[in-house]
Design a protein around this ligand. Structure first.
Ligand SMILES: *Cc1c(COP(=O)(O)O)cnc(C)c1O
Length: 380
């Protein structure tokens, strides 16, 4: 076994795949982004279970690296974050306020990102009863997703009593094209948000996500919100990725078999071997969040995995629990029952896997399933 891919531990925990999350790399990425954003504050987006990497270990590591402001999407995520980090951090809920939620926000000391006149009105009504917990306001500057429209903003500017009694701690907007630095919409959005400073002269402002941080200081305002870069993902559509990789994913070889030429592989018989082939069956499939779009047919190549630095192409359809790869040209000593195939790691970045699957690394991370064994390095 001298040539076995490193690392090859036992399979005693009984999972088909093994997900390793490097919290030291996560902290290094936080410090790198905080350095780029300074003097603006660097907040972290930890919605969707910290992009699939685990809210609890990730938020603890970020807190330890100095992060004091966190963004989630749902109130339930804010609750988990409070349970994890206690009363210390500021916690914003990006998807805002749903009807009837104000008391729940107040009880958790979570801050809704109010993104419509309706939400502002409900929050103001709640605040009029006595408590004035902090909130944020989202302004739409051209994304046309969440946020106050130009009309709603104008109404607020003309009549401040609409937000009367609300303690607005932060005003934000969100960039539509931060991953394309040359896109004209970036500067237009920056300009529109700057104009809104007049309406909220004493409030902190924020615009940039991970991609926006690379657009320069005028985009940082007082606070940036970084997500994908922390997790080692690609924030820019082109060019290199300066972040340290955080995620490693391996899948176990269940069986290796020799298949004659002219045979089909798997469901639908969509792929036929041209010559005799050596095939490894991996313990990973769409039930793990491994994309079915990585399937390969006779007409359409699919994704790949690695044994050491040897590539093995996916053949046939990715099924729920199993994926077949062609290991004919991989040294036999590397592909034995119980060996690990690298899915994400030094040979294949999450971005490369995303490209093959026709998606983005955000979706690769948030799809990481609950079936994998999860190993956190750098836990403190
Ligand atoms: C998710 C999110 C972020 C973080 O974006 P990244 O591209 O992952 O850095 C920032 N702001 C808003 C409003 C978001 O929804």
């Amino acid at each position: 076994m001298a040539m076995a891919p490193a690392p090859v531990p036992g399979h005693g925990h009984g999972h088909g795949g093994r997900l390793t999350i490097d919290l030291d790399a996560l902290r290094a990425n936080y410090r790198q982004m905080a350095g780029l954003a300074a003097p603006a504050e660097c907040a972290a987006a930890v919605k969707a279970d910290a992009y699939g990497l685990g809210l609890k270990p990730v938020s603890r590591a970020l807190w330890q690296a100095g992060c004091r402001t966190f963004f989630v999407a749902h109130l339930s995520e804010a609750k988990r974050l409070r349970e994890t980090l206690g009363a210390g951090p500021a916690v914003y809920v990006l998807n805002g306020l749903l009807p009837g939620q104000p008391p729940d926000f107040a009880a958790l000391d979570a801050r809704p990102v109010l993104c419509s006149g309706e939400q502002i009105a409900e929050w103001a009504e709640f605040c009029a009863q006595g408590a004035t917990p902090k909130a944020a306001v989202m302004i739409d500057t051209g994304f046309n997703r969440l946020g106050l429209s130009a009309g709603e903003l104008g109404a607020l500017a003309a009549d401040r009593s609409l937000a009367g009694g609300i303690d607005i701690a932060l005003v934000i907007s969100h960039l539509a094209c931060a991953d394309e630095p040359a896109h004209k919409l970036n500067a237009a959005q920056q300009k529109r948000l700057t104009a809104a400073r007049k309406i909220f002269p004493d409030t902190q402002f924020g615009l940039s996500n991970s991609g926006g941080i690379h657009l320069g200081k005028p985009f940082a305002f007082d606070m940036v919100r970084t997500g994908i870069a922390l997790y080692g993902g690609r924030a820019q559509a082109s060019g290199g990725n300066p972040m340290a990789p955080v995620v490693r994913l391996d899948a176990a070889v269940i069986q290796v078999r020799d298949v004659p030429g002219g045979e089909t592989i798997g469901y639908g018989a969509t792929y036929r071997t041209k010559t005799p082939a050596r095939v490894a069956l991996l313990s990973i499939g769409y039930g793990d969040g491994f994309f079915r779009s990585l399937s390969a047919s006779d007409d359409q190549p699919g994704g790949k995995v690695y044994f050491g630095d040897h590539e093995a192409k996916i053949i046939g359809r990715v099924s729920m629990d199993i994926t077949a790869v062609d290991v004919t040209d991989v040294p036999h000593g590397l592909v034995t029952r119980g060996a690990w195939a690298q899915i994400i790691g030094p040979q294949q970045t999450a971005a490369a896997l995303a490209d093959d699957a026709g998606t983005i690394d955000y979706e690769v991370f948030t799809s990481l399933g609950s079936r994998y064994e999860r190993i956190y390095s750098g836990l403190v």
